[in-house]
Design a protein around this ligand. Structure first.
Ligand code: ZN
Length: 149
């Protein structure tokens, strides 16, 4: 567990300082905004979905290190994947962060498993899950900003 904690610090710092896919997407098929009022995190998310696959994904926004790192890692995790797999990852990720029972992260979460450390800080769970809620809102075409509340 302490290895995972070190990795957590390292990955969060890296991705919050140099977020991946941090840009606008001109040709997007889906988009959504997300807001976590508890912390003040905001993001805009764009997706280019073609034939049921997430061809491209990008985000912009402002927020704490955890929300930025989570958005960056989320875009990396779902880019190039079928929409169904992205939804499945969301379920696993959400379960990992909100289920108090000790359990090992599923293998397919890969790097996302570092967020297991966030479970120790319940307030931060919403920062980490905001980009994922926004992803689902974009895929569902809800037209409403995704909120963590
Ligand atoms: Zn936050």
């Amino acid at each position: 567990m302490s290895d995972l904690r070190d990795l957590y610090q390292e990955v969060i710092l890296d991705h919050s300082k140099r977020p991946r896919n941090f840009r606008c997407l001109d040709a997007s098929t889906h988009e959504a905004k997300g807001h976590n009022p508890l912390c003040g995190d905001r993001l805009n998310l764009w997706l280019d979905v073609e034939g049921g696959n997430i061809k491209d994904i990008a985000f912009q926004g402002d927020g704490c290190a955890i929300s930025k790192a989570s958005a960056s890692l989320m875009t990396e995790a779902v880019k190039g994947r079928p929409v169904a797999e992205a939804r499945h990852l969301f379920d696993e990720f959400h379960h990992l962060l909100t289920d108090a029972d000790e359990h090992a992260p599923p293998d397919d979460l890969e790097k996302l498993a570092v967020f297991t450390g966030v479970r120790e800080f319940p307030v931060r769970v919403k920062c980490a899950t905001l980009p994922w809620h926004t992803l689902i809102a974009a895929l569902d075409g809800a037209g409403q900003p995704a909120k963590t509340e």
